[in-house]
Design a binder for this molecule. Structure first.
Ligand code: ADP
Ligand code: DP6
Ligand code: CO
Length: 331
């Protein structure tokens, strides 16, 4: 029996990953940049056991169906092939983040699973290789291996596509992200399906590919210069461009809800009043607001005019992947 347990935090992309060049290997069309956060995370245990006749997956204490286990089983099979192992596994995971609501559960989920497998099988993987492993479960997961800012360089193949920590002189500790939860239910169009449909059918996708590399360079320069306005502006513009591509897909779709638009309008108004803050959205209706820590309470106070206390969650920069003691033999 081989046991391992790990915790990984979610990350939110400031420059989005949107579209795959290779769906099996999860190689992205463009490089991306994110901030790992301390408010949401996943803890996952894995137990490889010769007595098992298939892979099992339980999430938040609930046994998942064979269909819901398929992605995990495919991930484990990839590990089995890579490391010549023939044991099935039992995976127990707890999401301290709403699942599949556009709050990056796949990022913390697969980063934690990669970390748990690394520990269980004593693979001794360095961060870059852990990042490559996590990427095979969910692209965004490769960035959650690292705390603070991370850049996923798209690379050309499995060996060269992984994330790295961006040197920032700890500037991320002066920043915060305020989550405005407008809906934490499971989204209709998963990130995977949404980006696939966009790549295959959206007449706007070319525009995304043409602008994303310059956005990334702008964001990296802003981090190097600790220029909050520049980082915020490119974050907001890049997110809007990503969402623009979905409107050109066939059939068209959008992750926005009327409530998301309300948050975006509030952010623009608050900014016009002189408080620097910028929004971004992922594959779901919830909105995240990038703000300097020194302004977070004022931002929250202003948003409380339109939203309730329990819709507003403050996140600071979070740490990278960590292993946890395996407390007990799983049932
Ligand atoms: P999100 O915005 O939450 O990342 P996605 O559509 O990208 O949503 O991915 C949701 C999928 O991620 C789930 O359907 C599931 O397959 C996977 N996932 C979520 N949480 C975990 C977890 N803790 N362990 C493994 N996989 C997970
Ligand atoms: C909009 O990493 O969840 O959040 O690789 O298919 O699992 P898969 O998709 P996922 O996509 C994330 C898309 C995004 C932008 C981002 O996180 O960069
Ligand atoms: Co995801």
């Amino acid at each position: 029996m081989f046991l391992g347990k790990a915790r990984a935090y979610t990350n939110i992309a400031l420059i989005k990953y949107w579209g795959k060049k290779d769906e099996t290997c999860i190689l992205p069309m463009n490089s991306s940049l994110s901030l790992t956060l301390d408010a949401f995370y996943t803890e996952t245990s894995v137990c490889f056991d010769k007595n098992l006749t298939r892979d099992y997956f339980s999430l938040n204490g609930e046994e998942q169906s064979v269909q819901q286990t398929a992605k995990i089983a495919a991930f484990l099979t990839m590990i089995r092939q890579q490391y010549q192992l023939d044991l099935f596994a039992k995976v127990e995971s707890t999401n301290f983040v709403p699942t599949a609501a556009g709050l990056a559960s796949s990022a913390s989920g697969f980063a934690a699973l990669a970390g748990a497998c690394n520990q269980a099988l004593q693979l001794g993987l360095a961060d870059a290789d852990l990042s490559r492993l996590a990427r095979r479960g969910s692209g965004s997961a490769c960035r959650s291996i690292f705390g603070g800012f991370a850049e996923w360089e798209k690379g050309a193949d499995d060996a060269s596509s992984f994330a790295k920590k961006i040197p920032s002189d700890d500037w991320e500790n002066e920043l915060a992200m305020l989550f405005v939860l407008v809906d934490d239910r499971i989204k209709d169009v998963s990130s995977r399906d949404g980006m696939k449909r966009t790549v295959q059918t959206s007449s706007f996708y070319q525009g995304w590919l043409e602008t994303a590399p310059a956005d990334l360079q702008t964001a990296k320069a802003a981090i190097a210069a600790k220029d909050f306005k520049a980082l915020g502006e490119v974050t907001e513009a890049n997110g809007l461009r990503m969402h623009g591509t979905t409107l050109g897909a066939v059939p068209p779709f959008s992750y926005w809800s009327p409530e998301s638009l309300k948050v975006m309008t509030c952010v623009r108004q608050i900014r016009a009043q002189g408080l620097p803050c910028y929004f971004t959205m992922d594959a779901g209706p919830n909105v995240k607001i990038l703000v300097e820590k020194k302004n977070i309470s004022q931002l929250k106070a202003l948003l409380l005019n339109d939203f309730s206390e329990n819709q507003l969650i403050t996140a600071n920069a979070g740490p990278g992947l960590s292993t946890l003691p395996v407390e007990r033999l799983m049932s």
